[in-house]
Design a protein around this ligand. Sequence first.
Ligand code: AKG
Ligand code: FE2
Length: 447
Amino acid sequence: MSCVTDRSLRYTRIGEIFWKGFAAEGNTFLKCPFKALQFDACGAVFLTNHIACKLSTLYFKNLTVSWPCPARLPSLVVLPCWFLSMDLPVIDLSRYMEISVRSGGAVFSASDEVGNAEELRALCAAVSGSLRDTGALLVKDPRCTAEDNDRFLDMMERYFERSEEFKLQQARPNLHFQVGSTPEGVEIPRSLVDEDMQARIKSMPKEFQPAIPSGPDPKWRYMWRVGPRPANTHFKELNSEPVIPDEFPDWKETMDLWGSKMIAAIEVVAEMAAIGFGLDKDAFTSLMDHGPHLLSPTGSDLQRHGSLGTVFAGYHYDLNFLTIHGRSRFPGLNIWLRNGQKMEVKVPFGCLLIQTGKQLEWLTAGECLAGMHEVLVTNRTLEAIESARQQSRSLWRVSSTLFGHIASDATLKPLGHFADTPLASKYPPICTGDYVEKELAAINLKG
Ligand SMILES: O=C(O)CCC(=O)C(=O)O
Ligand SMILES: [Fe+2]
């Protein structure tokens, strides 16, 4: 990768400037004309004062990074990770939580040390920047352990392995499948019914086009409601009581444990993103309060649907606020970055994947677009199938998906300064529950 100084190229300003104090380990030098430029694994760029003294703008292909004034020396510039590599940044949430707890939750209180505030701002901007540029983010949360994730996956494998007749007992079509099981062949991927989306797909370069689904998704799902339900709501179906299958005595405890930990991680990300976007810390989390958060593992039978290219979840966006995925034992998720590039996601061990949903797009007036994605059998899935066969492990692919929602009775509308942006009129105020019901009808979950 080289730096480009040809000004005839189209440049976009996406870089953000931060001050000293946010350093990552394992920096690597990138070969480029600016010798003092350093990149770390998260895609952060470190500039020495020497460079900053001379320049106020760096030009890269399709990207300009600039800072207000050469005299104010930036020590760190965060670039979108797609520019540097095909790896998503990993943000360790523990640092934010530590400082937040120490300052009694008032993250930028007057009593806070200056260094901490700068470090927090840099971390929060890395979160909002990644959500904006890639629609995704990898996080580490010490509370979400691999053991909890495994316990959840083990139980869900046992559940999905049960007969169709058993699993149909937990289906609640009258509640739009928002609790209990959804059989395979019900959910229709957005790309199958949305003509605008189909036109956009056709205009993509061939190598970035998603697999075109030919029918409903061949995946099962289980929706488990996590967190308190509202005492009063206009949307009873979206806020129904959870369904517990017979013969799974530790169902509630296992689901609640994993679900509440994933929600806790989403809440931290939502706070950090709000700060990064220049909103109040609780701008998103206050709207998530009593939201219909759903632990929604998908279950795909790789014995029946395990051939290369089989699409489990056709190209779509998520209709909720933020989605979080723990580890799945079988890979297969592709995401599309804001610049149109397709990327196969590799979730490192111990990490969680966050994806942006349509409700976040609404609240930020399109600053952050809902991340497009698909799940299909790739070569890496085939390798995992082979290794599971050799070890006699389950051949059900279970995802650890949790949909974090805005409360059904809250209003979706661009927040704070996003209300004044040119695209705000594309996102008129709408009751979240009404919006969700419309989306559910489009994908065949609401009759
Ligand atoms: O199965 C997965 O890994 C994720 C499926 C998905 O995108 C979804 O449930 O919305
Ligand atoms: Fe999805």
